[in-house]
Ligand binder design. Structure first.
Ligand SMILES: NC(=O)c1ccc[n+]([C@@H]2O[C@H](COP(=O)([O-])OP(=O)(O)OC[C@H]3O[C@@H](n4cnc5c(N)ncnc54)[C@H](OP(=O)(O)O)[C@@H]3O)[C@@H](O)[C@H]2O)c1
Length: 250
């Protein structure tokens, strides 16, 4: 019987946080299944990580049924996985009634449908092995219902609720579930928003974190027993303030 290869599947691996997850998981894994639409980026990452981990590039649009099926097929062929990182995400910029419904529905598909589908595929194997790590990349926006975040924040609140309940359901199985809730992070995430007028400079410098800082906090948090991981003390205070506002609205 061949030795088990420690394997990770990371969605949104072509940029930002996802690329950094692949870099740091290369220290823990033999095989990384990297999923995104920009295949050329994944090939470049495969070259960068050569000698550290075997990277399988899966070009797929996870807002589509076909794209999710492609990721599932890779999971079937290269898996089972020890780490599942549901990270791919984007945010259409603007208030709900001012932006097209298609992009908002696509965001729901990517953040919610693709995540639960990949979890459903991975968990039976993790349960059988008695171990596994699931990281669902949420956002501090999940705690802060506010202008411009109606659907984005709701999808991230979904991920928090889902991850907390899932961890309860999986208690005693050896599977660890985390909802990672970053605040502002320097990645490509805001590029499309900047084209529509968002000015990164209006956010104070101390509120920004880097992808390496956030991934380090996430991986360190896997052993903490904490499902909701909010990197950065200032962000924890913001999240608590957002939750208090929701309580006050009762
Ligand atoms: N940056 C922040 O300030 C911030 C804060 C809180 C939470 N987050 C969350 O962090 C996660 C990662 O974002 P990031 O900051 O790293 O942004 P990013 O640099 O823009 O990267 C987003 C990644 O998602 C992938 N992606 C987007 N749409 C996709 C689709 N339809 N199918 C497959 N992959 C898709 C992109 O790949 P392709 O374009 O190649 O498909 C890319 O790899 C997201 O879930 C985001 O909501 C970010």
């Amino acid at each position: 019987m061949s030795a088990h290869k420690i394997t990770a599947l990371v969605t949104g691996a072509s940029a930002g946080l996802g690329t950094e997850f692949c870099r740091q998981l290369a220290d823990r894994c033999d095989v990384i299944i990297a999923v995104a639409r920009r295949g050329d980026r994944l090939v470049a990452l495969r070259e960068e990580l050569a000698g550290r981990a075997e990277l399988h590039a899966v070009e797929a649009d996870l807002t589509s049924v076909e794209g999710v099926a492609r990721a599932m097929e890779a999971l079937r062929q290269q898996g089972p996985v020890d780490y599942l990182v549901n990270n791919a995400g984007f945010m259409p910029y603007g208030n709900f009634a001012d932006i097209d419904i298609q992009s908002q529905r696509a965001m729901v598909s990517l953040h919610a449908d693709a995540t639960i589908t990949l979890c459903r595929a991975a968990i039976p194997f993790m349960r059988e092995r008695g171990s596994g790590f699931i990281i669902n990349v949420s956002s501090i926006g999940a705690f802060l219902p506010s202008q411009g975040l109606a659907v984005y924040g709701a999808t991230k609140a979904f991920l928090n609720f889902y991850s907390l309940a899932l961890q309860d359901e999986l208690a005693g199985t050896g599977i660890v579930v985390q909802a990672l809730c970053p605040g502002y992070m320097h990645t490509e995430f805001h590029a499309a928003m900047e084209e529509k007028g968002f000015d990164k400079k209006r956010v104070p410098a101390h509120m920004w974190m880097t992808a390496p800082e956030v991934v380090t906090a996430s991986l360190a948090g896997l052993g903490s027993g904490r499902v909701l991981v909010v990197p950065g003390e200032g962000n924890v205070a913001l999240a608590r303030g957002g939750l208090q506002r929701q309580l006050d609205a009762l």
